[in-house]
Design a protein around this ligand. Structure first.
Ligand SMILES: *Cc1c(COP(=O)(O)O)cnc(C)c1O
Length: 497
């Protein structure tokens, strides 16, 4: 069963947690207990396929889904829309570093790993709720979630999806990926503000009781495709098991041998899934939380002080340009030993004062298995060039943040040569300008159209442009709406008439 991080709701089933998205007390749904990976399956793990692993892990957490329903989710989500049999293949670099490529789905970012499954999880969850309404998915995106959610939900019956992205805060490719989205149930809005404004606005709409009651009367119910939804997090646990399975299968680690995991982090969903995998018994020794110049997480992991009152930077890794990481609340709930009162107090303080201090004991606990490190803009671009030269491998800027963070961590600590799995969260062509300049020098892509950059990058490196990004500039633009920060609710009302 699922409980709220703020302790104000009674336990609900998986389908209710997924259908509701966020708990009524403003908290996030978390499993009452983390389920161990079945003892008898460890020996078989190295040979398990992605789909088998997904079924195994889903059935541990989807208490009120039948086997047939879980088959439907997994079969629908992890098929031919991924261009690699492994779904999340590993590419090994020098120095016992292993890149876990999470960008083989249709939209070229790791969000597909969960957002190909979420529409199935959500529609099956809807069927289980008495008097279920048409679901309206509200999404705040820093660029990648929006497209992945649109792609997942396009033309899914009894759903509508409305995406808000920061106007000018996403790349031309990201913007076009969303603006060219087909599907009668899809709506895309450029908001004059940054990602935190989008996220705050969406949260306010969810929390507006009168507005939700009015929607209810018209047969609508709001839900979330952001990683605050448990249905987003659960699918992300799977690929950590897959990564470990591949390292075991390929003889890189022995049975039971621990690995380290490095995650380029924004909203803290991806790394949280790794924490759950670790809690389930996956032999992960430590996690490195990698941030860009917006290093609010590096700071809190170092000294326990979360402080969002700081300058916001737009970086070359825009999907990590975040000052309020939603899923950190779930993490705090875990490291505070499920103490909902403390979570409530800390996150109320974050809302009203903009900062909080983690309890001493929680910070000490965090430090036993997690560290934070960051990479500046210069370091990130340099890491792209260096990795291309040393390993002939092309990193996107988000992944480059993680590679650089690991290098910085290694310069100051001895990890004893342990294998490190580094999440690659985007295909390089999704952020081609930064990649191009990382490899060919600062200013080398200046004045070049992003689509020319893609072609040049492909021609010069021999890497094929991701299929989801080819000829985007030739597709018709179907969404052009722009809104102000204080208009979000009105926009939703207008779309739903
Ligand atoms: C969303 C995203 C991230 C951050 O992931 P979180 O789960 O929000 O921490 C990192 N890189 C890319 C490319 C992303 O799309």
């Amino acid at each position: 069963m699922y409980i709220s991080t703020r302790g104000g709701t009674s336990p609900v089933s998986a389908s209710a947690a997924i259908y509701k998205g966020i708990a009524a007390d403003g908290g996030l749904f978390v499993p009452e207990e983390i389920q161990p990976f079945p003892e008898e399956l460890w020996d078989a793990l190295p040979e398990m396929s992605y789909r088998t692993l997904a079924k195994t892990i889903f059935s541990l957490y989807l208490d009120d889904f039948s086997e047939e329903e879980i088959d439907r989710v997994v079969g629908g989500a992890y098929g031919g829309q991924f261009d690699d049999e492994e779904i999340a293949p590993i590419h090994t670099l020098s120095g016992n570093r292993h890149i876990l490529e999470l960008w083989h789905g249709p939209t070229a970012a790791f969000k597909d790993m969960a957002l190909q499954a979420l529409p199935y999880l959500l529609t099956i969850s809807m069927e289980k709720q008495a008097g279920a309404k048409e679901v309206v998915i509200l999404v705040a995106t820093s660029g990648d979630t929006g497209k992945a959610a649109l792609e997942g939900f396009a033309d899914v019956p009894k759903t509508k999806i409305i995406v808000f992205y920061p106007n000018g805060g996403v790349s031309a490719i990201q913007r076009l990926q969303m603006a060219t989205q087909t599907g009668d149930n899809t709506f895309v809005v450029a908001l004059n503000g940054n990602f935190d404004d989008c996220q705050r606005g969406v949260k306010e709409i969810f929390a507006d009781a009168a507005f939700n009651a009015a929607l209810d009367e018209r047969g609508y119910r709001l839900s979330s495709a952001n990683s605050i939804n448990w249905g987003r997090l659960l699918p992300q646990i799977v690929y950590y098991f897959k990564a470990y399975a591949a390292l075991r299968r390929d003889g890189i680690v022995a049975a039971g041998e621990t690995i380290d995991v490095v995650v380029p982090t924004g909203n803290f969903g991806n790394i949280l899934a790794a924490c759950y995998a670790r809690e389930m018994g996956l032999p992960i020794r430590a996690l490195l939380c990698a941030s860009n110049k917006n290093k609010v997480l590096t700071d809190v992991l170092n000294d326990g002080r979360y402080d969002k009152r700081r300058e916001f930077y737009r970086t070359s890794s825009p999907s990590m340009d975040i000052l309020v990481s939603s899923n950190f609340e779930r993490f705090v709930f875990e490291v505070c030993g499920h103490d909902a009162e403390t979570v409530k107090r800390l996150f109320a303080a974050l809302d009203s004062e903009g900062h909080y201090q983690l309890p001493e004991a929680a910070l000490a606990r965090i430090k036993t298995f997690m560290a934070g490190e960051y990479a500046s803009e210069e370091e990130t671009l340099a890491a792209i060039g260096e990795t291309e030269r040393s390993d002939g491998y092309i990193l996107d800027p988000h992944t480059a943040v993680a590679v650089k963070a690991l290098a910085k961590y290694d310069a100051a600590h001895d990890r004893g040569g342990k294998a490190a799995v580094i999440d690659a969260t985007a295909n390089p062509f999704k952020f081609n300008k930064a990649v191009y300049e990382g490899i060919f020098g600062e200013g080398s892509a200046e004045g070049m159209d992003e689509f020319i950059v893609s072609k040049e990058l492909s021609a010069k490196t021999g890497m094929a442009i991701h299929r989801g990004l080819v000829d985007l500039d030739k597709k018709p633009v179907l969404h052009t709406k722009v809104a102000e920060k204080d208009e979000m609710k009105a926009v939703v009302a207008e779309i739903l008439k």
